[in-house]
Design a protein around this ligand. Structure first.
Ligand code: ADP
Ligand code: ZN
Length: 602
């Protein structure tokens, strides 16, 4: 695909395309790399590949990108189906830069529009957007630039496109292409339907010679046909990318088995890059002092609350909110029980380990506030429930499980204390398995006495009675369960047992969740946060230091909340000193000044 000689297909006039850098540049960095590099540095007219390299910094096109770009450069229409993240934007950005005139991008998503324009300005592309967030003067300025051929790309909301003012302005301009982003919005059956999209076929008559490019990540055939029909693209060349996603999140492994240099390299990346997920054993993390870890997930049960406390304590060192999340199950309980039992430690040491594991399990199974319980363990009293843990946010239901527990204990006893959980559940449910018949257990009084509970409910019950120590797991006997002295009063009916009920599976949205870090922001603030973070990352890359060395998250959060506009105001924020102000101030102020908040416009 990339071997196509795209220079040959490049039409000539853009070599003279006016690229004077005029007053529009609201971002200082926008002037750093001027788009004309691509034109001036070589005697040939710029090719798609040279623009890709010089403006966007990428070496080669992905998938169908080169073919799509060439189709547009030849003046033909195209329908592009590509998954999110596939690289749709370059398919119209590059032809817009190479064809004479301004490229018009119709997009319904204001936040995305702003992001793209911001990124383009960073790359030195003369881009702007027209949407309802702009004030009148900003609109006048953009119109001026359009009339004077000072824009390469204009992003516009569909309703704006059809305003009389915009439409008549466009009619007088030289237009490179129309890109119709989120083209599935034309489908009346889809949930993103936008009535204005139906009017877009008016472009055919009004601009018969301007190539049109419809893009979407919605791939089903019906939507595709609707787009083709409603947007008058029956003759357009269609490009369908694979929707398989080979890429995922940026994740790195770390365990004691790796060579020291690999471990060091992964650790360095974890410190220096944003958004890295470290998948690690406890070999990782001693002395990891990264202030902005926002999430710690435990996929294995820690051996003690001390370990749990220390490991979760790596999150949120900067004092901003962070989440700790843990899953555990029966296997973890059995495994850790066995570790303790099999350890070669002295009896008294084993007793201590056993006690610690009990406390950890009790913490897992508690229905009370977890923070209260955790602090209690460290002999600290917390005055009230925290309101921020899962127990507080969605209190667990409990049930009187005395009878069911009696049935389980008696089943263990009658089968000879030689069987594991799965077998016992089969007996309780009265399953006619070969093994059960072989052992004659279908004749037991406990056979089929537990049909009122589901297999999942029984598993949950067994996990809890093991965690509470009513039953022990024999490590030498394939996990067979045995009764302990603690279960006697239950069997005799002298004590009742209250257990945590299985949570019903609820829809995600109805579950109260602790507030994630980004959840504290509204949409505008979230976008601003991401932009500021991107600036920080690029400064960090230039200096080869971790991002938090430039500014901590706390400082970035202050920027989002206080929106400083001058060096003086920036200096007032915590974490900003004279030196940092001098080195980094302008880069951040550029973002802060260049961002319009619809709420702040009168
Ligand atoms: P989409 O609009 O399809 O969701 P984008 O156009 O936003 O995707 O591209 C996703 C990411 O991939 C962007 O960060 C973009 O810069 C990057 N990208 C696109 N094309 C290439 C390429 N040829 N080489 C490397 N990165 C690319
Ligand atoms: Zn709580």
């Amino acid at each position: 695909m990339n071997s196509i000689d795209d220079t040959a297909l490049t039409p000539q006039p853009q070599a003279q395309k006016n690229r004077s850098n005029t007053a529009h540049s609201t971002t200082p960095t926008a002037q750093r790399h001027d788009a004309s590099h691509a034109a001036s540095s070589s005697p040939l007219p710029p090719s798609p590949t040279s623009v890709l390299k010089e403006l966007f910094g990428y070496d080669s096109f992905r998938g169908h990108q080169a073919e799509i770009i060439n189709t547009i450069l030849l003046g033909h229409d195209a329908l592009v189906l590509m998954p999110t993240g596939g690289g749709k934007s370059l398919c119209y950005q590059i032809p817009a830069l190479l064809r004479p005139g301004v490229g018009i991008v119709i997009s319904p998503l204001i936040a995305l529009m702003e992001d793209q324009v911001f990124a383009l300005l960073q790359a030195g592309v003369r881009a702007a957007y027209l949407n309802s967030t702009l004030d009148y003067n900003a609109v006048l300025d953009i119109e001026h630039r359009l009339r004077h051929e000072q824009l390469d790309l204009l992003y516009i909301a569909p309703e704006r496109l059809f305003s009389e003012r915009t439409w008549s302005l466009l009619a007088r301009l030289n237009i490179a292409l129309f890109a119709i982003d989120e083209a599935h919005c034309v489908s009346q059956w889809g949930h993103d339907f936008r009535p204005e999209y139906l009017q877009l076929n008016a472009l055919i008559d009004a601009f018969p010679h301007v190539p049109r490019l419809a893009l979407t990540a919605t791939a089903d055939k019906r939507t595709r046909e609707e787009i083709r029909e409603r947007l008058g693209l029956s003759k357009a060349k269609t490009f369908i990318s694979s929707f398989d996603r080979p890429e995922g999140f940026r994740a790195l492994p770390y365990h004691a088995g790796f060579a020291a240099n690999i471990r060091a390299a992964h650790q360095r990346r974890f410190l220096q890059e944003e958004g890295v997920i470290m998948v690690a054993t406890i070999a990782f993390g001693m002395g990891i002092d990264k202030p902005n870890v926002r999430f710690v997930a435990h996929l294995d049960l820690p051996k003690s609350l001390e370990a749990y406390y220390q490991e979760t304590g790596r999150a949120g060192r900067d004092g901003l909110s962070a989440s700790a999340w843990m899953v555990y199950g029966l296997q973890d309980v059995m495994l850790l029980r066995n570790f303790t039992a099999q350890s070669t430690a002295t009896e008294s040491h084993k007793r201590v380990e056993h006690h610690k594991l009990e406390a950890m399990l009790a913490f897992c199974e508690t229905t009370a506030c977890r923070r209260v319980q955790l602090l209690n363990y460290f002999d600290e009293a917390y005055p009230e429930d925290c309101g921020n843990c899962d127990s507080c946010l969605s209190p667990a239901a409990t049930w009187d499980a005395s009878i069911a527990v009696q049935k389980a204990l008696s089943c263990i006893y009658r089968t000879g204390q030689r069987f594991g959980v799965n077998y016992l559940i089969d007996v309780l449910l009265g399953k006619p398995t070969e093994r059960i018949t072989q052992f004659g257990h279908h004749r037991l009084s406990t056979y089929g006495i537990g049909k009122e509970l589901s297999p999942q409910q029984w598993r949950s019950l067994f996990r809890q009675i093991i965690a509470r120590g009513y039953v022990s797991v024999d490590n030498t006997q394939y996990g067979s369960l045995q009764l302990t002295a603690d279960c006697r009063p239950i069997l005799q009916g002298k004590t009742s047992v209250t257990l945590r009920a299985l949570r019903e599976v609820r829809s995600r949205s109805s579950v109260n969740k602790p507030k994630s870090f980004l959840a504290q922001f509204n949409e505008f603030e979230r976008q601003l946060w991401l932009k500021l973070r991107a600036v920080r990352q690029s400064l960090a890359n230039e200096q080869k230091v971790p991002p938090y060395v430039i500014f901590h998250d706390v400082t970035l959060k202050d920027m989002v909340e206080q929106r400083p506009q001058t060096p003086h105001e920036l200096l007032a924020l915590s974490g900003v000193g004279e030196h940092k102000l001098k080195n980094y101030g302008e880069s951040f102020l550029a973002v802060l000044r260049n961002t319009w908040d619809e709420h702040s416009i009168p």
